[in-house]
Design a binder for this molecule. Sequence first.
Ligand code: 2RA
Length: 329
Amino acid sequence: MKIAVVGATGMVGQVMLKVLAERNFPVTELLPVASERSVGNKISFNNKEYEVIGLEEAVAQKPDIALFSAGGETSLEWAPKFAEAGTTVIDNSSAWRMHPEKKLIVPEINASELTSEDKIIANPNCSTIQMVMALAPLHKEYGITRVVVSTYQSITGTGVKAVQQLENEYKGEQGEMAYPYPIHRNAIPQCDVFEENGYTKEEMKLTNETKKILKDNAVEVTATAIRIPVVGGHSESINVTFSRDFDVNDVRRLLKEFPGVTVQDNTDVNTYPMPIYAEGKDDVFVGRIRRDLSQANSLNMWIVADNLRKGAATNAVQIAEYLVDNKLV
Ligand code: 2RA
Protein backbone atom coordinates (compact mmCIF):
# COMPACT_ATOMS: atom_id res chain seq x y z
CA MET A 1 0.00 0.00 0.00
CA LYS A 2 1.22 3.49 -0.92
CA ILE A 3 0.31 5.56 2.13
CA ALA A 4 0.42 9.35 2.49
CA VAL A 5 0.42 10.93 5.94
CA VAL A 6 -0.64 14.54 5.49
CA GLY A 7 0.54 16.56 8.49
CA ALA A 8 3.34 14.06 9.06
CA THR A 9 5.41 16.51 11.14
CA GLY A 10 2.57 17.40 13.53
CA MET A 11 1.75 15.72 16.85
CA VAL A 12 -1.00 13.46 15.50
CA GLY A 13 0.89 12.83 12.25
CA GLN A 14 3.87 11.58 14.21
CA VAL A 15 1.61 9.23 16.21
CA MET A 16 0.01 8.03 12.96
CA LEU A 17 3.46 6.99 11.71
CA LYS A 18 4.19 5.29 15.05
CA VAL A 19 0.91 3.37 14.99
CA LEU A 20 1.33 2.33 11.33
CA ALA A 21 4.71 0.85 12.23
CA GLU A 22 3.55 -0.73 15.51
CA ARG A 23 0.62 -2.47 13.79
CA ASN A 24 2.71 -3.58 10.83
CA PHE A 25 0.35 -1.87 8.43
CA PRO A 26 1.26 -3.06 4.88
CA VAL A 27 3.06 0.12 3.84
CA THR A 28 5.04 -0.53 0.64
CA GLU A 29 5.68 3.18 0.05
CA LEU A 30 5.33 6.09 2.48
CA LEU A 31 4.66 9.70 1.46
CA PRO A 32 5.21 12.02 4.46
CA VAL A 33 3.40 15.25 3.51
CA ALA A 34 3.57 18.63 5.20
CA SER A 35 3.43 22.36 4.49
CA GLU A 36 5.93 23.94 2.15
CA ARG A 37 8.12 25.12 5.06
CA SER A 38 8.73 21.47 6.06
CA VAL A 39 9.35 20.13 2.54
CA GLY A 40 12.76 18.50 2.33
CA ASN A 41 12.92 17.70 6.05
CA LYS A 42 13.69 14.10 6.86
CA ILE A 43 11.51 11.77 8.93
CA SER A 44 12.17 8.15 9.82
CA PHE A 45 9.67 5.32 9.47
CA ASN A 46 10.36 1.61 9.99
CA ASN A 47 14.10 2.34 10.26
CA LYS A 48 14.14 4.10 6.88
CA GLU A 49 14.54 7.81 6.20
CA TYR A 50 11.99 9.66 4.06
CA GLU A 51 11.94 13.19 2.71
CA VAL A 52 8.87 15.32 3.44
CA ILE A 53 7.02 16.34 0.27
CA GLY A 54 4.35 18.92 -0.50
CA LEU A 55 0.68 18.37 -1.26
CA GLU A 56 0.90 18.86 -5.04
CA GLU A 57 3.57 16.18 -5.37
CA ALA A 58 1.71 13.83 -3.03
CA VAL A 59 -1.51 13.98 -5.05
CA ALA A 60 0.45 13.37 -8.26
CA GLN A 61 1.86 10.17 -6.75
CA LYS A 62 -1.70 8.83 -6.29
CA PRO A 63 -1.35 7.11 -2.90
CA ASP A 64 -3.85 4.34 -2.12
CA ILE A 65 -4.74 5.88 1.25
CA ALA A 66 -4.04 9.35 2.67
CA LEU A 67 -4.27 9.84 6.43
CA PHE A 68 -4.91 13.53 7.04
CA SER A 69 -4.22 15.46 10.22
CA ALA A 70 -3.47 18.91 8.88
CA GLY A 71 -6.41 21.07 9.92
CA GLY A 72 -9.80 21.71 8.42
CA GLU A 73 -8.76 24.20 5.75
CA THR A 74 -6.19 21.84 4.23
CA SER A 75 -8.70 18.98 4.31
CA LEU A 76 -11.43 21.02 2.67
CA GLU A 77 -9.10 22.03 -0.17
CA TRP A 78 -7.01 18.89 -0.64
CA ALA A 79 -9.09 15.86 0.37
CA PRO A 80 -11.25 16.22 -2.78
CA LYS A 81 -8.10 16.48 -4.94
CA PHE A 82 -6.71 13.24 -3.48
CA ALA A 83 -10.12 11.56 -3.87
CA GLU A 84 -10.28 12.75 -7.48
CA ALA A 85 -6.92 11.06 -8.05
CA GLY A 86 -8.34 7.78 -6.69
CA THR A 87 -6.95 8.03 -3.15
CA THR A 88 -9.10 7.12 -0.15
CA VAL A 89 -8.78 9.90 2.43
CA ILE A 90 -9.21 9.33 6.17
CA ASP A 91 -9.42 12.80 7.64
CA ASN A 92 -8.85 13.65 11.30
CA SER A 93 -10.06 17.25 11.02
CA SER A 94 -13.64 18.40 11.62
CA ALA A 95 -14.02 19.46 7.97
CA TRP A 96 -16.08 16.50 6.72
CA ARG A 97 -17.47 14.98 9.95
CA MET A 98 -20.98 16.40 9.70
CA HIS A 99 -21.15 16.40 5.88
CA PRO A 100 -24.36 14.50 5.02
CA GLU A 101 -22.63 12.35 2.40
CA LYS A 102 -19.49 11.56 4.39
CA LYS A 103 -19.19 8.74 6.93
CA LEU A 104 -18.02 9.35 10.50
CA ILE A 105 -16.37 6.14 11.61
CA VAL A 106 -15.33 4.42 14.83
CA PRO A 107 -14.46 0.97 13.46
CA GLU A 108 -15.73 -1.02 16.47
CA ILE A 109 -19.12 0.70 16.09
CA ASN A 110 -19.89 1.41 12.44
CA ALA A 111 -17.08 0.35 10.07
CA SER A 112 -19.59 -1.95 8.35
CA GLU A 113 -21.14 1.18 6.80
CA LEU A 114 -18.02 1.67 4.65
CA THR A 115 -17.96 0.82 0.94
CA SER A 116 -15.37 1.21 -1.82
CA GLU A 117 -17.32 4.30 -2.90
CA ASP A 118 -16.26 6.16 0.26
CA LYS A 119 -13.27 8.25 -0.83
CA ILE A 120 -13.36 10.78 2.03
CA ILE A 121 -13.95 9.22 5.45
CA ALA A 122 -14.10 11.33 8.62
CA ASN A 123 -12.34 10.42 11.86
CA PRO A 124 -14.45 11.71 14.80
CA ASN A 125 -13.19 14.16 17.39
CA CYS A 126 -11.02 12.57 20.10
CA SER A 127 -13.42 13.34 22.96
CA THR A 128 -16.31 11.90 20.93
CA ILE A 129 -14.49 8.66 20.04
CA GLN A 130 -13.78 7.63 23.63
CA MET A 131 -17.31 8.53 24.74
CA VAL A 132 -19.15 6.63 21.99
CA MET A 133 -16.92 3.59 22.50
CA ALA A 134 -18.54 3.26 25.94
CA LEU A 135 -22.00 4.43 24.90
CA ALA A 136 -22.46 2.22 21.83
CA PRO A 137 -22.90 -1.17 23.56
CA LEU A 138 -25.17 0.39 26.20
CA HIS A 139 -27.28 2.23 23.63
CA LYS A 140 -27.83 -1.03 21.73
CA GLU A 141 -29.04 -2.81 24.88
CA TYR A 142 -30.88 -0.13 26.83
CA GLY A 143 -31.54 2.79 24.45
CA ILE A 144 -29.86 6.01 25.61
CA THR A 145 -32.12 9.04 25.87
CA ARG A 146 -29.71 11.57 27.39
CA VAL A 147 -26.01 12.06 28.15
CA VAL A 148 -24.48 14.70 30.39
CA VAL A 149 -20.70 14.78 29.89
CA SER A 150 -17.94 16.84 31.48
CA THR A 151 -14.55 16.40 29.85
CA TYR A 152 -11.11 16.99 31.36
CA GLN A 153 -8.97 17.34 28.29
CA SER A 154 -5.24 16.94 27.79
CA ILE A 155 -3.25 19.90 26.49
CA THR A 156 -1.92 17.61 23.75
CA GLY A 157 -5.33 18.05 22.11
CA THR A 158 -4.35 21.65 21.46
CA GLY A 159 -0.91 20.77 20.15
CA VAL A 160 2.78 21.49 20.63
CA LYS A 161 2.26 25.17 21.54
CA ALA A 162 0.14 24.18 24.54
CA VAL A 163 2.67 21.61 25.75
CA GLN A 164 5.36 24.27 25.43
CA GLN A 165 3.21 26.78 27.39
CA LEU A 166 2.83 24.34 30.27
CA GLU A 167 6.56 23.56 30.29
CA ASN A 168 7.36 27.29 30.33
CA GLU A 169 4.92 27.85 33.22
CA TYR A 170 6.45 24.95 35.17
CA LYS A 171 9.81 26.70 34.83
CA GLY A 172 8.35 30.15 35.58
CA GLU A 173 9.33 31.31 32.11
CA GLN A 174 7.38 33.53 29.72
CA GLY A 175 6.61 32.20 26.23
CA GLU A 176 4.00 31.95 23.50
CA MET A 177 0.51 31.31 24.89
CA ALA A 178 -1.75 28.61 23.40
CA TYR A 179 -4.51 29.58 25.84
CA PRO A 180 -5.88 32.93 27.05
CA TYR A 181 -4.78 32.02 30.58
CA PRO A 182 -2.04 30.07 32.38
CA ILE A 183 -2.71 26.31 32.28
CA HIS A 184 -0.29 25.28 35.07
CA ARG A 185 -2.30 24.73 38.32
CA ASN A 186 -5.42 25.80 36.44
CA ALA A 187 -8.53 24.44 34.68
CA ILE A 188 -9.82 26.39 31.68
CA PRO A 189 -13.55 25.88 30.89
CA GLN A 190 -13.03 26.43 27.19
CA CYS A 191 -11.89 23.98 24.49
CA ASP A 192 -11.97 25.71 21.08
CA VAL A 193 -14.09 28.82 20.40
CA PHE A 194 -17.56 29.70 21.70
CA GLU A 195 -20.59 29.49 19.43
CA GLU A 196 -23.73 31.66 19.50
CA ASN A 197 -25.48 29.18 21.81
CA GLY A 198 -22.89 29.55 24.57
CA TYR A 199 -21.32 26.15 23.94
CA THR A 200 -17.83 25.69 22.52
CA LYS A 201 -17.19 23.96 19.18
CA GLU A 202 -15.69 21.07 21.18
CA GLU A 203 -18.88 20.68 23.20
CA MET A 204 -21.10 20.78 20.12
CA LYS A 205 -18.89 18.10 18.48
CA LEU A 206 -19.74 15.79 21.38
CA THR A 207 -23.44 16.49 20.82
CA ASN A 208 -23.59 16.34 17.02
CA GLU A 209 -21.04 13.62 16.28
CA THR A 210 -22.54 11.24 18.85
CA LYS A 211 -25.94 11.41 17.14
CA LYS A 212 -24.36 10.69 13.75
CA ILE A 213 -22.20 7.77 14.91
CA LEU A 214 -25.02 6.13 16.90
CA LYS A 215 -27.40 6.95 14.01
CA ASP A 216 -29.97 8.24 16.47
CA ASN A 217 -30.93 11.92 16.63
CA ALA A 218 -33.04 11.18 19.70
CA VAL A 219 -29.89 10.77 21.82
CA GLU A 220 -29.57 14.12 23.60
CA VAL A 221 -26.08 15.14 24.70
CA THR A 222 -25.08 18.19 26.72
CA ALA A 223 -21.38 18.76 27.27
CA THR A 224 -18.92 20.91 29.19
CA ALA A 225 -15.34 20.62 27.93
CA ILE A 226 -12.52 21.65 30.26
CA ARG A 227 -8.80 21.93 29.54
CA ILE A 228 -6.50 20.70 32.31
CA PRO A 229 -2.69 20.50 32.64
CA VAL A 230 -2.44 16.78 31.79
CA VAL A 231 -0.64 15.18 28.82
CA GLY A 232 -1.60 11.48 28.83
CA GLY A 233 -5.16 11.61 27.61
CA HIS A 234 -8.68 12.94 27.95
CA SER A 235 -10.93 12.03 30.89
CA GLU A 236 -14.71 12.25 30.86
CA SER A 237 -17.35 12.10 33.58
CA ILE A 238 -20.49 10.72 31.97
CA ASN A 239 -24.06 10.58 33.25
CA VAL A 240 -26.31 8.46 31.00
CA THR A 241 -30.08 8.08 31.13
CA PHE A 242 -31.59 5.01 29.47
CA SER A 243 -35.09 4.39 28.15
CA ARG A 244 -35.56 1.68 30.76
CA ASP A 245 -34.04 0.27 33.96
CA PHE A 246 -30.75 -1.61 33.81
CA ASP A 247 -28.54 -3.89 35.87
CA VAL A 248 -25.13 -2.41 36.77
CA ASN A 249 -23.41 -5.79 36.49
CA ASP A 250 -24.94 -6.23 33.06
CA VAL A 251 -23.58 -2.80 32.10
CA ARG A 252 -20.12 -3.92 33.22
CA ARG A 253 -20.46 -7.12 31.19
CA LEU A 254 -21.52 -5.22 28.06
CA LEU A 255 -18.55 -2.88 28.41
CA LYS A 256 -16.10 -5.71 29.12
CA GLU A 257 -17.30 -7.57 26.04
CA PHE A 258 -17.03 -4.55 23.71
CA PRO A 259 -13.84 -4.65 21.60
CA GLY A 260 -11.47 -1.79 22.41
CA VAL A 261 -12.92 -1.12 25.88
CA THR A 262 -11.16 -2.12 29.11
CA VAL A 263 -13.13 -1.90 32.37
CA GLN A 264 -10.98 -0.73 35.30
CA ASP A 265 -13.48 -0.63 38.14
CA ASN A 266 -12.74 -1.88 41.65
CA THR A 267 -13.09 0.79 44.33
CA ASP A 268 -12.09 -1.76 47.03
CA VAL A 269 -8.54 -1.40 45.75
CA ASN A 270 -8.78 2.12 44.31
CA THR A 271 -8.83 0.85 40.73
CA TYR A 272 -10.14 3.26 38.11
CA PRO A 273 -8.88 4.78 34.82
CA MET A 274 -6.34 7.61 34.87
CA PRO A 275 -4.50 9.41 32.03
CA ILE A 276 -1.07 8.53 33.40
CA TYR A 277 -1.88 4.85 32.77
CA ALA A 278 -3.90 5.31 29.57
CA GLU A 279 -1.08 7.21 27.83
CA GLY A 280 0.40 5.26 24.94
CA LYS A 281 -2.39 2.67 24.95
CA ASP A 282 -5.16 2.19 22.38
CA ASP A 283 -8.02 1.01 24.57
CA VAL A 284 -10.75 3.17 26.08
CA PHE A 285 -10.73 2.69 29.85
CA VAL A 286 -14.00 2.79 31.81
CA GLY A 287 -14.50 2.86 35.58
CA ARG A 288 -16.46 4.41 38.49
CA ILE A 289 -19.49 2.62 37.02
CA ARG A 290 -22.39 3.20 39.40
CA ARG A 291 -26.12 3.82 39.41
CA ASP A 292 -27.14 7.49 39.61
CA LEU A 293 -29.04 7.49 42.93
CA SER A 294 -30.69 10.80 42.10
CA GLN A 295 -32.37 9.85 38.82
CA ALA A 296 -34.22 6.75 37.54
CA ASN A 297 -32.71 4.65 34.73
CA SER A 298 -29.45 6.62 35.00
CA LEU A 299 -25.79 5.64 35.38
CA ASN A 300 -22.48 7.40 36.06
CA MET A 301 -19.12 6.35 34.64
CA TRP A 302 -15.61 7.69 34.10
CA ILE A 303 -13.89 7.25 30.72
CA VAL A 304 -10.22 7.80 29.92
CA ALA A 305 -8.27 7.36 26.67
CA ASP A 306 -5.09 8.57 25.00
CA ASN A 307 -6.51 11.33 22.79
CA LEU A 308 -3.61 11.14 20.33
CA ARG A 309 -4.01 7.37 19.86
CA LYS A 310 -7.56 5.95 20.00
CA GLY A 311 -8.75 9.56 19.93
CA ALA A 312 -7.02 10.22 16.63
CA ALA A 313 -4.16 8.22 15.07
CA THR A 314 -5.13 4.67 16.04
CA ASN A 315 -8.77 5.15 15.09
CA ALA A 316 -7.67 6.44 11.67
CA VAL A 317 -5.27 3.52 11.15
CA GLN A 318 -7.98 1.07 12.24
CA ILE A 319 -10.26 2.52 9.55
CA ALA A 320 -7.44 1.99 7.02
CA GLU A 321 -7.00 -1.59 8.26
CA TYR A 322 -10.72 -2.23 7.81
CA LEU A 323 -10.57 -0.89 4.24
CA VAL A 324 -7.61 -3.14 3.40
CA ASP A 325 -8.98 -6.23 5.19
CA ASN A 326 -12.31 -5.89 3.38
CA LYS A 327 -10.76 -5.07 0.01
CA LEU A 328 -12.40 -1.63 -0.11
CA VAL A 329 -9.20 0.02 -1.38
C1 2RA B 1 -8.86 19.17 21.58
N1 2RA B 1 -10.42 17.56 20.63
O1 2RA B 1 -8.66 18.36 22.49
C2 2RA B 1 -9.68 18.79 20.36
C3 2RA B 1 -8.84 18.68 19.13
N2 2RA B 1 -7.87 17.69 19.21
O2 2RA B 1 -8.41 20.31 21.57
